[in-house]
Design a protein around this ligand. Sequence first.
Ligand code: GYE
Length: 307
Amino acid sequence: SGDTESSDGAAPADGGGDMITVGFAQTGSESGWRSANTESMKTAFSEDNGFDLVFNAADNDPAAQIQAVRSFINQGVDAIVIAPIVEDGWDDVLQEASDAGIPVILEDRTVSASDDLYASWVGLDFQLEGQKAGEWAAETFTEPTNMVVLEGTTGSAPANDRATGFDMAIEGTPIEKIDSQTGDFTRDGGKTVMESFLQKYGADEIDLVYAHNDDMALGAIEAIEAAGAVPGEDIMIVSIDAVHDGMQALADGKINYIVECNPLLGDKAAELVKAVLAGDSVEKRTIVEDQAFDQEAAIEALPNRSY
Ligand code: GYE
């Protein structure tokens, strides 16, 4: 599965003058965050900026994504950028890239492999995002509270770390996690899992939804409304990303709190690729800062958001 496209519509050629050929292995197109991230990457890795981009979206299939990276190695690209779907399973292919002398830059998600196997990573502090969401919940819910969780893609860094950060922040509070299932970071996934929670527990028994991203929160809103309850009131919702549709739902009072996750990582990733290829030493980790929004802040920020 997945699809690969070259920026000039042809196979990447060697004789591209000074152009830097970069293979980018994107996760897929699961969410609004991902669309914004893909656009940011395509803009930064454009021909105008000296890049010949070979773009692959793996449709959230870890095996297909590893295949895409292998094919970049076989094509002899100058550098490889990966947004790793899951944390584990990267050792072999990263070693192959290293043996071929092709530097790898990670963007967005992290891997469990040794950091000797890649040149640099630019992304977000997912655990801190989860912690901020959990701190809001801990302050907001002082009575016994039943919470359900819509998890991101199983095995992905943001799903793992957003769970850890949130759970730490609500330790010792009256919030009880009554269920937690993956909705794969998609709107449909969030809707389906929320429907099953509503069926299993009944809308009256659920006080709070923690969604690992806005898209799943938006799916949950549909399920809650279909069950005759009012999202944001009968069942409160906290999520992560702050993409446009999520911020609109927050402004409308259907989501109660959103922690931002900035998808605009393209410029930094492109800068890192150029620096690494020039032989400059680069930071191993670059963390982009995030904010958080309540309803009032969302209404104020919405007109000026770029994604
Ligand atoms: O939060 C979610 C997307 O890896 C940070 O992936 C990213 C996450 C983002 O599908 O919406």
